[in-house]
Design a protein around this ligand. Structure first.
Ligand code: GLU
Length: 307
């Protein structure tokens, strides 16, 4: 299914401490990479300068060491030591360069709409994603009026075969419209930074939670605009939820890795809890990082019998 030699990534944002949802992602990322002969890059997604903190980054690197998860390429020690291309804020020029090229091709434009403007223009149900109606596409906003930029998303479908969920069809122009790539504070957005990095760092397998499924089509579209020819393969894994159905957040005290660690759990126990929480183990049991590959055997994934 997966030929050896691929590169995937673990890409946390240092806007908080790691929680069980990150441990789930790590189980799938490292498990699949080690089972099928792939590499794992660790990328620190600190594009949101207002929300990222050095202390969160330090805590993420420390938790990965504690879990026994060793990245290929730049190690946690290398990232701790100083600037590196796998920390987004250390090389913001790469996003500038890509955006300048898109603007030169007429594929990006200045946008003065706030989030509230977009929501007002096309009200959507609670929790649903507003679609940008294209207000500034032809408004001729002067480039120095705002640092905010959107890329033009034209009609058409993006299709991909998710390794777990099967064939997917998305319509970015209908779902989201023109995507914000740099905001009004001059910060590059997640959608843009992740797409540039996945392209430039030659990531050819994305393994991430189902909450990001809707982002994949638009990221593929932006990647094509940047000149990427081959799209990465993708796998979206199940999310861990609170018993009441809420998505886990970084503020969730009960599932933070620091809290689990402080309560006396070992790294192997936490990996086992994460494997269980995402349907890979019938019951939690300690799992060393080096044995995560055993969960992704050629005859099926996880230890839960089908049916
Ligand atoms: N940085 C993103 C997050 O922490 C994940 C990026 C991705 O997997 O595309 O949610």
């Amino acid at each position: 299914m997966l030929a050896p030699g691929f590169t995937t990534r673990f890409a946390p944002a240092p806007t908080g401490h790691l929680h069980l949802g990150h441990a789930v992602n790590a189980v799938w990322v490292w498990g699949i990479a080690r089972a099928y002969g792939g590499r794992v890059l660790l990328r620190l997604e600190d594009h949101d300068r207002g929300r990222c903190r050095p202390a969160y980054e330090a805590s993420i690197l420390d938790d990965l060491d504690w879990l026994g998860l060793v990245p290929d390429g730049a190690s946690t020690a290398v990232l701790r030591r100083g600037p590196h291309a796998q920390r987004q804020s250390d090389d913001l020029a790469r996003y500038d360069d890509r955006l300048i090229a898109l603007e030169a091709d007429g594929l990006a434009y200045p946008c003065r709409c706030s989030r509230a403007d977009v929501e007002r223009a096309q009200p959507v149900a609670d929790g649903a994603e507003p679609r940008y109606p294209g207000t500034c596409r032809t408004a001729g906003v002067a480039p120095d009026e705002t640092p905010a930029r959107r890329v033009t998303i034209t009609d058409g479908v993006e299709t991909f075969d998710d390794l777990r969920l099967g064939p997917q069809t998305q319509r970015p122009a209908t779902d989201v419209g023109d995507v914000l790539v740099r905001d009004r504070l001059g910060q590059f957005t997640y959608q843009f930074a992740v797409t540039v990095d996945d392209f430039e760092q030659r990531i050819d397998l994305l393994i991430r939670g189902e909450d990001l499924l809707a982002s994949t089509g638009r990221q593929f579209r932006i990647a094509r605009m940047l000149g990427r020819i081959e799209m990465p393969r993708v796998l979206h894994h199940p999310l861990v939820r609170h018993p009441d159905g809420r998505k886990l957040s970084k503020s969730a005290q009960d599932t933070g890795l620091r809290e689990l660690r402080a309560s006396g759990r070992t790294g192997a126990e936490v990996l086992g809890i994460a494997a269980h929480a995402s349907g890979l183990l019938a019951a939690p049991r300690p799992l060393e990082a080096r044995s995560l590959a055993d969960l992704f055997g050629p005859d099926g994934w996880g230890e839960i019998p089908a049916g």
